[in-house]
Design a binder for this molecule. Structure first.
Ligand code: FES
Length: 420
């Protein structure tokens, strides 16, 4: 009884906290610092929504796997013998042992190290020693996790009933992703970072370029104009805006030539599977994220015909963003580790037949985003130190932080839906 009362009291406080959220302002400190809110986030967000967890290119052959940790859940993403990407709880159906320990690898079958129950990579239990004749193996296959492969991007959902609107989002995204053929790309490099901040601070930081003066490498290729219009661009960015308009016209002409869809979609806050797609030119040479916008790989992705094809970017709530260039793609996944620690994985994809040392070198390919990630990590850690200070109170978003507000609004909407 006591425990129930305490839980009820905590839930009441959380409901009040969520109810007090002021639109246009950053969240109150407990959203970034408290274990109770972190637990609520796990229940309301991370176990209820579709999460981007891997590029299909990370599991190119049957038996290739990656494991992903979402709170207490470990999930195996594996390509089966029919080439389908599948997902299973990394929990043995005998007495619950973890099956795979490694973050990635390749297996013939999935063998539990404890008593050696053996599963096919499609999840079927193949072998279990010393069972009675009545033992029905078909009842003890690995428990599946919902998984979707959208244009070479692998999403999972831990809910029994995932948000149904994912079908609509996937159908609208796929025509944009298809020309890049990410499912047939190869992983050129991958970097994992542990950020010293709450996952929402990591996402908020990604959703604005108000801080982009802190990214000198990125700014040699990226137009720091996110959120501006021709009417409100500040004088210091007027010449940049003029270059941006010329580059936008050239990009639109290239899209027409390539029959590439051009509609921008921004549905970030109201729907369960919030998303945004946008296609923007790059500065300088306009080809890729290098200093000066030069290409990083001699081979272009998929069927992309023009080297100067800007950055097709996709944002997905709650945990991912993607940059597709003509010659490489950079995909980011965020996973929560605790109230003040967050995992960020960055994966660079190139055409499957591109050769390291011949068509690209990893240092050039990764330079801008490695530098940008390091700088962002420092911003996030700085923000975390600030929001846990008793002197913190929510502050107002600027006019160019609309996507931060949209992210926070999405989050609050989803938490409210959970609590109700
Ligand atoms: Fe896996 Fe026993 S717990 S075989």
């Amino acid at each position: 009884m006591t425990i129930q009362l305490e839980r009820s009291s905590v839930q009441h406080d959380l409901a009040a906290l969520v109810g007090r959220r002021t639109s246009g302002y950053s969240l109150e400190a407990p959203f970034y610092t408290s274990q109770e809110v972190f637990d609520l986030d796990m229940a309301a967000i991370w176990t209820k929504h579709w999460l981007f967890v891997a590029a299909e290119a990370e599991v190119p052959e049957p038996g290739d796997f990656v494991t992903v940790e979402v709170g207490p859940s470990s999930v195996i993403i594996v390509r089966d013998d029919d080439e389908e990407v599948r997902a299973f709880h990394n929990v043995c159906r005998h007495r619950g042992s973890r099956i795979l320990d490694d973050a990635c690898g390749s297996v013939g079958n999935l063998v539990c190290p404890y008593h050696h129950w053996t599963y096919n990579v499609d999840g079927r239990l193949l072998h279990a020693d010393n069972q009675p004749a009545t033992f029905d193996r078909s009842r003890f296959g690995l428990k599946p996790v919902h998984v979707r492969n959208v244009g070479g991007l692998v999403f999972i959902c831990l809910a029994d009933e995932p948000p149904a609107d994912f079908d609509d989002v996937a159908a609208r995204i796929e025509p944009y992703l298809a020309p890049y053929q990410l499912g047939r790309a190869k992983v050129a490099h991958q970097v994992d970072l542990v950020e010293q901040g709450n996952w929402k601070l990591v996402m908020e930081n990604n959703r604005e370029c108000y801080h982009c003066d802190g990214h000198p490498e990125l700014l040699t290729a990226y137009f720091p104009l996110h959120g501006y219009t021709a009417d409100d661009v500040p004088p210091r960015l007027r010449r940049t805006w003029d270059r941006f308009e010329k580059a936008t016209a050239a990009l639109e002409a290239s899209c027409v030539r390539q029959n590439f869809p051009m509609e921008t979609m921004r549905e970030l806050d109201e729907r369960p599977t919030g998303f945004m797609i946008s296609h923007a030119p790059l500065d300088g040479a306009g080809k890729s994220y290098t200093e000066g916008g030069e290409a990083v790989c001699r081979k272009r992705l998929g069927t992309i015909a023009d080297a100067v094809f800007g950055d097709f970017h996709l944002h997905m709530q709650p945990n991912s963003w993607f940059h597709m260039l003509s010659d490489n793609a950079v995909v980011f996944t965020v996973l929560p580790l605790g109230p003040d620690r967050t995992f960020l994985r960055t994966t660079w994809l190139v055409r499957e037949d591109a050769e390291e040392g011949v068509d690209y070198d990893v240092a050039t390919l990764t330079h801008v985003w490695n530098a940008t990630n390091t700088q962002d990590s420092a911003f996030v850690a700085r923000a975390q130190r600030g929001v846990r200070d008793p002197g913190y109170e929510p502050g107002p978003y600027s006019e160019v932080e609309g996507d931060v507000d949209a992210f926070v609004t999405w989050y609050v909407n989803r938490v409210r839906a959970h609590l109700s």
